[in-house]
Design a binder for this molecule. Structure first.
Ligand code: BES
Ligand code: MN
Ligand code: ZN
Length: 559
């Protein structure tokens, strides 16, 4: 989507569509009247028509009216924003989704009609008479933020304070954030992975994306610089998240550790990040015995993917660690067929980190970021780990592998150690780590754990800005008992069915070496079995935007 800023009269621009949000019970005419250079009598007719059609500005209401050549824009698209006092960022997200879906529907209807007429005409050997290329190509958006009045329900998140009680955090709504949320949801909602489809209908639908347009943004309360920054941020966030979704969508035979590393090399080259890819030999030299152990059963070679964003001025280096299991069969502790079905998404943590790095490179915060992704398959080949094997991790701790399906924590342990040795001052790891977190929180919130409450709270608040929800799970010292091994320093899996996510967190904590550390378990959130909000079925790219918001909060820059 190409976005332009439009100053002056909102309705003066020649466009296929003019989009206007209307608050509940607001007089449509009052809003439309603000657009001068319009035929006011006709505008009054439009307003009357909308009212007669029952349009009252209720949240999610929508109406498209043709303008029969009486205005510079071909259609007026009205959307209900709901009561102004109830508006939150999620209202604007909803609006972005509705806009995207409506435009996609208009484009598809048009494209299908053209296609069918062409086919019919070809059969009769006559020329098709239909008007072509009427897809929505130019759009004006009159951005209306709910900032004029005090807003009662702004960004909220629930975090735990010192004494452990949960308290909601509120931040006031900002007009630029409203615009960002709208654009972000629009682009996320337009995602369509049709690469492996061969039917014409499917390919046409993918080609008619709602972002295939030029968007002109007009706003009464935001200046050009604010609009520019908001749109730039939103576009960077959503496009990178969609990139992560593409990586996740690829079949596991395609998205191997080698291919994931190639994707990282390209992202680094395109965005001016430094990049290092370590192969098995180098990983062996570093003594990453836990990572190497997991990779032993696979024919595909492992890759340690390292990206670095060096800030010009920086106080610290944030380490982002991603689990990159490109397929998790469970290894010799083999999963069931059902349990294995979607295990190509076990690299979603790494995909989120890659996406985050792409965005960070574009937004250039004043804090350095080191990204480490451990990429390998978890397979039951003849050289595979046996349950009972003992591995020596990079930091010297020995691990008895009692379950080869608890492979994520093994690769993360060495990746965390690597990041600490490379100078990371704090660590955030993100991983599709446990089925237990899906049981506990479903596909509604990700689990978060950590050694430092300030860091955990900051990540939870960063998530709320993008509508990504987290819920903190405990790391009670007793959970460590489940990881006691008879012959090694610890074992990798606790007792089945007992606080699996916390046990995994406890295991990782052993490798954070006392540095501030947070662990995001996205096993539930990284994948949806059915469409929800801006996400279609499949990978969601969950976590990328949260990581970026956190990094931005630590390296705030006045644009
Ligand atoms: N990748 C899985 C976790 C997972 C499960 C992600 C379901 C997404 C959906 C992880 O490697 C795993 O297998 N974890 C085991 C740990 C157990 C053996 C201690 C699990 O959760 O069953
Ligand atoms: Mn596993
Ligand atoms: Zn796994």
């Amino acid at each position: 989507m190409e976005v332009k800023l439009q100053s002056g009269a909102a309705g003066a621009l020649a466009a296929d569509l003019l989009i206007v949000g209307i608050f509940n019970q607001e007089k449509i005419l009052d809003v439309l009247k603000t657009m001068d250079k319009l035929d006011q009598a006709f505008v009054a007719q439009l307003a009357t028509m909308a009212a007669e059609d029952g349009f009252a500005g209720r949240l999610g209401q929508q109406l498209v009216l043709p303008t029969y050549g009486k205005t510079p824009f071909k259609r007026l698209m009205l959307f209900g924003l709901g009561a102004e006092a109830d508006v939150t960022l999620s209202t604007y997200r909803k609006l972005g989704i509705l806009i995207s879906k409506k435009i996609t529907a208009l484009n598809n209807a048009q494209a299908t009609a053209t296609h069918n007429q062409d086919k019919a005409a070809a059969k009769k050997n006559v020329k098709a008479s239909v008007v072509k290329n009427t897809a929505v190509k130019t759009i004006s958006l009159l951005m209306r933020s709910a900032v004029a009045k005090s807003v009662s329900k702004p960004v909220t998140a629930t975090v735990k304070k010192d004494k452990g009680e949960a308290v909601p955090v509120k931040k006031t709504l900002d007009g630029a954030d409203c615009l960002s949320s709208l654009v972000e949801a629009w682009i996320l909602s337009s995602f369509n992975f049709a690469k492996y489809k061969t039917k014409e209908d499917d390919k046409r639908a993918a080609a008619n994306s709602s972002t295939n347009c030029v968007l002109h943004v007009m706003s009464l309360d935001l200046n050009a610089a604010q609009i520019k920054r908001a749109v730039f941020t939103a576009t960077a966030m959503a496009e990178a998240t969609n990139m992560a979704r593409e990586l996740i969508a690829e079949p596991p035979a395609v998205m191997t550790p080698t291919r994931l590393a190639q994707a990282a090399v390209k992202i680094a080259a395109d965005n001016g990040l430094s990049c290092k890819i370590l192969e098995p030999e180098q990983v062996k030299k570093l003594g990453m015995g836990a990572f190497l152990g997991v990779a032993r059963g696979a024919k595909e070679p492992l890759r340690l993917i390292v990206l670095k964003y060096n800030a010009a001025k920086t106080k610290k280096t944030i380490g982002l660690i991603g689990k990159g299991i490109t397929f998790d069969s469970g290894g010799l502790s083999l999963k069931t067929a059902v349990g294995m079905e979607h295990m190509k998404y076990d690299m979603a943590g790494a995909a989120a980190v890659l996406a985050a790095m792409q965005i960070i490179a574009k937004l250039k915060p004043d804090v350095s970021v080191l990204a480490v992704m451990a990429a390998t398959e978890n397979m039951p080949g003849s050289a595979a780990l046996h349950p009972g094997d003992v591995l020596t991790s990079m930091n010297g701790k020995t691990i008895e592998v009692n379950n080869t399906d608890a492979e994520g924590r093994l690769v993360l342990a060495d990746a965390i150690t690597y990041a600490l040795r490379e100078g990371a001052d704090e660590i955030i790891d993100i991983a599709t780590l446990t089925g237990a977190v899906v049981s506990a929180l479903g596909r509604v919130a990700a689990g978060i754990m950590g050694s430092n409450q300030k860091l955990v709270n900051a990540v939870i608040e960063s998530g709320a800005r993008s509508g990504e929800q987290f819920w903190q799970l405990p790391l009670f010292p007793e959970y460590k008992d489940a990881l006691k091994s008879d012959i090694a320093d610890l074992k990798n899996a606790g007792s089945r069915g007992e606080a699996g996510s916390s046990a995994a967190g406890m295991f990782l904590k052993e490798f954070a070496e006392g540095k501030p550390w947070a662990h995001l378990d996205i096993a539930g959130m990284a994948w949806l079995d059915r469409e929800r909000d801006e996400f279609c079925k499949g990978g969601t790219g969950f976590g990328a935007r949260t990581l970026v918001n956190y990094v931005l909060s630590q390296g705030q820059k006045s644009s």
